[in-house]
Ligand binder design. Structure first.
Ligand code: UD1
Length: 426
């Protein structure tokens, strides 16, 4: 799997402020959807063709994992992946690959279902805090799997899985997806209550249904799966990335202008659009996607992250960056991941007035920030610094470009296409 030149390598974005954003940008396929669909290909033997796949490094890492278990994966078009799943798989996801991408835990459920056993190295923490998987493991045990965690590896075994009622303590995206895929091979009916409702889960469930699964309630908090159906490979396209679309909306909020987000769906960014509307951005759906305009300094507002349909936790750094320029004081409350505030120190170095208190960030907006060298440590935090650079006087150099490459396809090129002055250097 190629990495497309400098993408995926260390690098720095150089941003000059002052340009408004004008024009159209195509939103790529959703990272958090394609990774799970790729994991789901292990469930059925044969040739899958997945289109609208973003060229991001997380896709490359997931492809390497699929190759490690025995699949053949190659690009068959600019944004199309062909995956051929063999009859026999080696259900082992080794640490040197898992540590690159925490979504590799999504292989646990499907590999267990397909092979009766799976061994996946523990994904470990993220820059913004621990990523526990206790709910994934408890639910798989409820389905009849024997789980052992030792030497940093989760080993799951189940000669037979039996359908059951699983009630999640919290609507975890990853746990919902793992249980959903494992339940496809369970005897009888499985219900998942308090399931996560993210559009990427609905997309995965729709893919699994197309593969022959019986699933109802996708996109609601109760999912019902009738196990045991024969599954077959499919051809399908990935939904547009709502986080990428929302990222461009925050860029617009900082730089001002008028843009069209091709392929973006208002129903997937509803709560963000409402918040930005409260702040005075104009957003409306069109036949091609989403139109948005920002012709004034935005007003501050308070924001809390919540599971979908709430404001996504992934958007928090971007919204904090946006509020750093808004008129007034906004309080941002994080309800999902404990320590997701490391980028704040970098924004403060750019002159932002932000104080953090536990899970809250209190942001006093300023008319402008000042460009500085800053460093991002995860995908969204690095994107937030890039967005802040669009409104900071002078030059902002954002190092950590390789984090952005994990989740955004050519963000610098896309921003340049809208008129921003953004370049990339090694
Ligand atoms: C997914 C997304 C990530 C997003 C997150 C929340 C992917 C690849 N990643 O991550 O971008 O930020 O959803 O929308 O799809 N938890 C537990 N025990 C568990 C599982 C989760 O305590 O077994 C907690 C987590 O610590 C966190 C919360 O539940 O506080 C939500 O996590 P979860 O929805 O599972 O996130 P991910 O699936 O890891």
């Amino acid at each position: 799997m190629d990495q497309q030149g400098q993408y995926g390598t260390d690098g720095t974005f150089v941003v000059q402020s002052g340009n408004r954003l004008e024009g159209e940008v195509s939103i790529s396929g959703a990272k958090n959807s394609v990774l799970k669909i790729m994991a789901a290909t292990t469930l059925a033997q044969g040739r899958f063709v997945i289109s609208n796949v973003p060229r991001i490094s997380d896709v490359t890492y997931m492809a390497e994992l699929l190759v490690a278990v025995g699949s053949d994966v190659h690009w068959s078009g600019a944004n199309e992946l062909t995956i051929v799943t063999p009859e026999e798989l080696t259900p082992i996801a080794p640490y040197h690959l898992v540590k690159q991408i925490r979504a590799s835990i999504s292989l646990l459920g499907p590999l267990l279902a397909r092979c009766g056993e799976a061994s996946v190295a523990l994904p470990g923490g993220d820059d913004f805090g621990p990523r526990p998987i206790d709910m994934h493991l408890q639910a798989l045990e409820q389905l009849g799997a024997e789980i052992e965690v030792s030497h940093g590896v989760v080993m799951a075994k189940a000669a037979n899985l039996i359908g059951t009622r699983v009630v999640l303590e919290f609507p975890s995206v990853g746990a919902t997806e793992n249980i959903l895929m494992a339940a496809l091979r369970a005897k009888g009916e499985t219900t998942i209550e308090n399931a996560a409702r993210e559009p990427e889960i609905a997309d995965l469930a729709s893919c699994l249904s197309q593969m022959g699964a019986s699933i109802s309630g996708a996109g609601t908090s109760t999912l019902t799966v009738e196990g045991g159906n024969e599954l077959h490979p499919v051809e399908r396209a990935v939904i547009a990335d709502r986080i990428e679309a929302s990222t461009f909306l925050t860029a617009l909020g900082v730089a001002g202008g008028e843009i069209m987000l091709r392929n973006a769906r208002l129903d997937h960014v509803d709560m963000i659009a409402r918040k930005l509307g409260e702040m005075d951005m104009r957003i409306s759906p069109s036949s091609e996607g989403l139109w948005a305009m920002c012709d004034r300094r935005l007003r501050a507002t308070d924001i809390s992250t919540l599971p979908y349909p709430g404001i996504p936790t992934d958007m928090k750094p971007l919204l904090v960056a946006l509020l750093a320029f808004a008129d007034g004081v906004g309080i941002v409350t994080e309800n999902l991941f404990a320590g997701r505030f490391r980028y704040v120190d970098e924004l403060v170095r750019m002159g932002a007035d932000i104080r953090t208190e536990g899970q809250h960030a209190i942001v006093r907006g300023k008319e402008s920030l000042s460009g500085a060298p800053v460093e991002g440590h995860d995908i969204r935090a690095t994107a937030a610094l890039l967005v802040a650079g669009l409104g900071a006087e002078g030059t902002t150099e954002v190092s950590g470009a390789q984090h952005i490459d994990r989740g955004y396809e050519k963000i610098d090129e896309k921003l340049r296409g809208l008129g921003a002055d953004v370049s990339r250097k090694l």
